[in-house]
Design a protein around this ligand. Structure first.
Ligand code: FAD
Length: 393
């Protein structure tokens, strides 16, 4: 194995894979991707992989739309399969949030997103199985084009397409150190040292450990989320849309085989767990609690089977938005982390943005400096343009 590379990527989740493919697509030289375990064994492998465009800031809404189009045309654009299912997506907000929902939808529509506001009555007409009583339903936003994908398949498809373009992928290669002296010069793994002048760290929460010795303290917190898994009753009927229920604080995402995954809507509504690699079973108390909140909205599912769930870790940043770009003071080190539980859907566009920045291309399709990691040093966290009231029930 040759031990030099133009660019080394650390992390074989969906981000590392997307960045790798996008770099080669743009004509990058030798790219090596290093993954400690196997592809998509981190957050990507646990992801609900919901692809929605409902965002409270126009930059994120534009990114989400751009990324969704890649999922829709993955075969022609990247090659392979992301397993995209168009189920539609409903965001339910609390009574009192109707005006905010209308403003968000105007902003989303301006970004080119198909979305509309529904009253509780209209929501009931769209999905009669869902309890849309006005005492716990303000406005609902309906996105007909949203859905979910298969996160492992997506990462593997990106990796396969990257490999076809010449990216060297080394799995079972744990990076111990990034060496630099003002600028990066090499990456050390448990088996070799690779000389390079550019490193992209897309290692989820572990990005923090990898760049801390270089003097940058990435404000990341690992929050473990339990996913409850419910088998819908036989008489339930057609697959429901995805529902993000801000009132009860849970989202539900259908899966094949009559399954529904139920997670929590607030990124910090989980347990801080620094052992991010640990395979921990779902916490029974969380499973029960999430299932109960789900049943408030879907009363016909009282007899549904509650199965053992699973858990996965969000790399939550201080403002819940990603850190994308160079770290301060050391040339050649870039990070892509802090996705705070909403990164999967953005992975195609993050790959484009990171590749363009690292190669010095004009930034597309949005200005990546919006996500500058150094914003926290300037005490300039990203603020959403709109905010819903906190969860009310
Ligand atoms: C339960 C759950 C549900 C989610 N649901 C959604 C959703 O519905 N929609 C959505 O958009 N997002 C969702 N997310 C978030 C989304 O899955 C993540 O933002 C995304 O997968 C992050 O990808 P990544 O490549 O940055 O990180 P990861 O997938 O964590 O990949 C990082 C990789 O780096 C490797 N690594 C770490 N340290 C080293 C090292 N020293 N050397 C080499 N390799 C290393 C790890 O092994 C890992 O494979 C969810 C996340 C979870 C956990």
């Amino acid at each position: 194995m040759s031990n030099t590379a133009d660019i080394v990527i650390i992390g074989g989740g969906v981000m590392g894979a997307s960045i790798a493919w996008n770099l080669k697509k743009r004509g990058a030289g030798k790219v090596i991707l290093l993954e400690r375990d196997n592809f998509a064994t981190g957050a990507t492998g646990k992801s609900s992989a919901i692809i929605r465009t409902h965002y409270l800031h126009p930059v994120l809404a534009r990114m989400a739309l751009h990324a969704r189009k890649t999922f829709e045309h993955f075969g022609e654009t990247v090659g392979g399969e992301p397993g995209f299912h168009n189920t539609g997506f409903i965001a339910i907000s609390a009574p009192g949030d109707e005006e905010t929902a209308r403003e968000v939808v105007v902003m989303n529509n301006d970004a080119g997103i198909r979305a509309q506001v529904l009253t509780p009555g209209e929501l009931h007409a769209l999905e009669p199985r869902l309890d849309a009583s006005p005492e716990f339903t303000g406005a609902a936003v309906w996105e007909p084009d949203s859905g979910y994908a298969d996160p492992v398949l997506t990462a593997q498809s990106y990796a396969a397409a990257a490999r076809d373009l010449g990216v060297e992928i080394r799995v079972g290669a744990a990076v111990c150190a990034i060496r630099a002296n003002g600028r990066v010069n090499s990456v050390k793994t448990d088996r070799e040292t690779i000389q390079t002048e550019k490193v992209i760290v897309a290692a989820g929460y572990r990005t923090r450990d990898l760049v801390a010795p270089l003097g940058f303290d990435a404000p990341l917190t690992p929050v473990r989320h339990t996913m409850a898994v419910i088998r819908r009753t036989k008489d339930f009927g057609a697959m429901p849309p995805i529902v993000s229920d801000r009132v009860f604080g849970v989202y539900s995402r259908p899966d094949v085989g009559d399954l529904t995954f139920v997670g929590t809507t607030a990124p910090y509504d989980g347990d801080i767990d620094y052992a991010v690699e640990s395979e921990r079973p779902a916490d029974g108390t969380h499973v029960q609690n999430q299932a109960e909140r789900f049943l408030r909205r879907w009363p016909s599912q009282q007899a549904a089977a509650l199965r053992q769930g699973f858990s996965g870790v969000y790399d939550c940043s201080a403002d819940l938005q990603p850190l994308l770009g160079p770290i301060p003071d050391v040339q050649g080190v870039y990070i892509a982390c802090g996705f705070s539980g909403h990164g999967f859907k953005l992975s195609p566009v993050v790959g484009e943005m990171m590749a363009d920045q690292v190669l010095g291309n004009p930034s597309t399709p949005v200005d990546i400096t919006f996500f500058d990691p150094a914003r926290f040093l300037r005490n300039e966290p990203i603020k959403m343009q709109f905010s819903y009231s906190s969860q009310t029930l």
